[in-house]
Design a protein around this ligand. Structure first.
Ligand code: G6P
Length: 609
């Protein structure tokens, strides 16, 4: 979850690393630090709090007399030790000759620390990472790579790890295990980052490291070692993400910018997959899954990605005629269903690095299941561990809270459900053509939903100050209610819960009243009239009603405020309805003065369980 960026080369190291950290701050933001290789010393600055604190501190540090040859920087999401200046990375040996930055958890740090202390080492922090600097110090005999390799061999846990030595200024060594790390190849300069967005401005030639890989990075080239210690020469991938997509483009917040990107990202999600009267995922065509012979389908995901599975799973079950379940990934492994070669596990993850999702995927694969990944981040671990991956093609999402990735996940998951049905011989050409036509409209519907959302600043101002918010819907809209409530909680820290509307009367209705509104996602479909009754029940308890309703529904006697989105089949309308709810959360967060792109306590990519 922490962000890492490293550089060896002639550019201004400080500003390059700080620029990279800015793009990675979404990964973790409770403290940040930097280590710079100057001629005869390893300088460092660390600060608790946001990156701005580190920048201010660095501005006060005089430039070194000779240009810095290399450097590495880190933005932290605390696991061991409070977010203080001292606990920020990098961590050092006692002499300050070896600097280490780390994303992950060293599971055997306590025993390593006891042994190191017994051998006379004195520790400066409680942080697990510090043991690594001491281990390197013990093994160091003039060659950082050798000492690093020996030290990494003693670790248990997960890591993306970088180390530098004072006596070898133009060198960074790095290793990866179960935490993302990529290197960027340049001419006369080299880059390392936990997410390539940090270095895309300089190179799009990226090698995503595999578990067990170790790299020795020097200005004139990178030597790659695999888990057995053998040297290998990987072919870099050419990333097509433009660096501009990781910029705010005049928006005050990435969250707001990413809301507005949705017509384009939804179009990209359909490109090459839905055209005319056909639905075809080339990835599934070649995957060789015997869909007609599947016994069950299991969707797994976390957070917003989990909510994105819900409507698609119901669709898949109705089309395929076999049981389809959705399980949050953190629960899946500990109460697994029957898994075998006739189980298709569909894992959805924006980052492709969420530890709980990857853990569930590994358990599923070990039991012989087929794993289909629906992923946004190219080169991520999930793309490598899944049997087959379908990419969202949404471009980098920087805001911690998901927006465009959510709608793309929900859409692509539905396309997957439809294409599986086609492969199983359960989607007749007429139904396929109707769906293809409706799916092709989705980007246009998103544009209309954005336009309708322009009323939300005024609506949010009216509802602001309520004691709590209950989101309700039925059918596919229930997933949207969950996502809408999650967005409001994440961004504004206001209390919101989502309920299937029929459940209101079994408890949450007692909360409702003039200061506790209901947000209803009212879509045309078989349960509309039932939902309307539930809204009336809420009104009867004096709850103000904000409805996100599809065009054509008469809401006059139902709602105090309405955002009208275009009419569409409910599986599609439900994902479009998320757009005004994202905007609602955004406007509420503005009114609350909350930190929208980096809500407190959260991280974009949760790489610990
Ligand atoms: C974090 C993020 C959420 C995201 C979830 C799953 O909690 O803050 O926005 O939905 O992780 O992330 P994934 O990358 O697996 O989609």
């Amino acid at each position: 979850m922490c962000g890492i960026v490293g550089y060896v080369g002639p550019r201004d190291v400080r500003s390059l690393l700080i620029g990279g950290l800015r793009l990675l701050e979404y990964r973790g933001y409770d403290s940040a630090g930097i280590a710079l290789a100057c001629a005869t010393e390893l300088r460092h600055t660390k600060r608790a709090g946001r990156l701005a604190n580190l920048e201010t501190a660095l501005a006060a540090v005089p430039a070194s007399e000779t240009p810095e040859a290399a450097g590495m920087a880190h933005t932290r999401w605390a696991t061991h030790g409070a977010p203080t200046d001292t606990n920020a990375h990098p961590h050092f040996d006692e002499a300050g000759a070896i600097a280490v930055i780390h994303n992950g958890i060293i599971e055997n740090h306590a025993e390593l620390r006891i042994a190191l202390e017994a051998r006379g080492h004195r520790f400066n922090t409680e942080v697990d990472t510090e043991v690594i600097a001491h281990l390197i110090e013990e093994s160091y005999q003039g060659d950082l790579r050798e000492a690093f390799e020996k030290s990494v061999g003693q670790l248990k846990g997960q890591w993306a790890l970088l180390a530098m030595h004072r006596d070898e200024p133009g060198r960074i060594v790095a290793a990866r295990r179960e935490a993302p790390l990529a290197v960027g190849l340049g001419k006369g300069e080299q880059f390392i980052a936990s997410d390539p967005v940090a270095i895309l401005e300089y190179t799009n030639q990226i090698v995503f490291l595999r578990d067990g890989d170790l790299v020795d990075v020097k200005v004139d080239g990178i030597t790659f070692y695999d888990a057995s210690g053998a040297v290998f020469s990987p072919r870099p991938e050419t990333l097509t993400w433009s660096p501009e997509t990781a910029q705010k483009d005049g928006y005050a917040h990435f969250f707001r910018k990413e809301i507005d990107e949705q017509p384009r990202t939804l179009k990209a999600a359909l490109a090459g997959r839905v055209s005319g009267t056909t639905i075809r995922l080339p990835e599934l065509d070649t995957a060789g899954i015997d869909v007609a012979n599947l016994r069950t389908v299991e969707f797994i995901a976390c957070g917003s990605a989990y909510y994105a599975t819900l409507a698609a799973a119901a669709l898949a079950e109705s089309l395929l005629g076999i049981p389809v379940r959705c399980t949050v990934a953190s629960e899946f492994r500990y109460a697994p269903p029957r898994l075998d070669a006739r189980t298709l596990v569909i894992a959805i993850s924006q980052s492709g690095e969420t530890a709980d999702t990857l853990g569930a995927v590994r358990a599923a694969r070990a039991a012989g299941a087929i794993v289909l990944g629906i992923v946004n981040a190219a080169g991520s671990t999930l793309t490598r561990e899944a049997t087959v991956s379908v990419m969202l093609q949404a471009g980098p999402e920087i805001s911690v809270a998901a927006t465009k990735s959510y709608t793309s996940q929900a859409l692509v998951a539905e396309v997957v459900a439809l294409d599986l049905a086609r492969l199983a011989g359960r989607l007749d050409p007429t139904t396929e053509a109707e769906w293809a036509r409706d799916l092709a409209n989705v980007p246009e519907l998103a544009t209309a939903a954005l336009a309708a959302s322009e009323s939300l600043p005024a609506i949010a101002a009216k509802y602001h100050g309520s004691t709590g918010y209950t989101f309700i819907s039925r059918g596919p809209g229930s997933a949207t209610a969950l996502e809408g409530a999650l967005k409001l909680k994440e961004l504004s820290y206001l209390h919101a819960e989502a309920y299937p509307a029929g459940e209101l009367k079994h408890g949450p209705i007692s909360l409702l009243g003039p200061t506790h509104p209901v947000v209803a996602i009212l879509l045309e479909g078989p349960t509309r009239t039932k939902l309307e009754s539930n809204i009336m029940e809420s009104r009867a308890r004096s709850a103000p009603i904000l409805a996100i309703a599809t065009e054509g529904i008469d809401t006059r006697s139902l709602a105090d405020d309405v955002v009208v989105i275009p009419a569409a089949r409910q599986e599609i309308a439900s994902l479009i309805a998320a757009i005004p709810l994202q905007r609602f959360a955004y406007e509420m967060a503005l009114l609350e003065g909350a930190d929208i792109d980096q809500p407190k306590n959260l991280a974009k990519s949760v790489t610990v369980e």
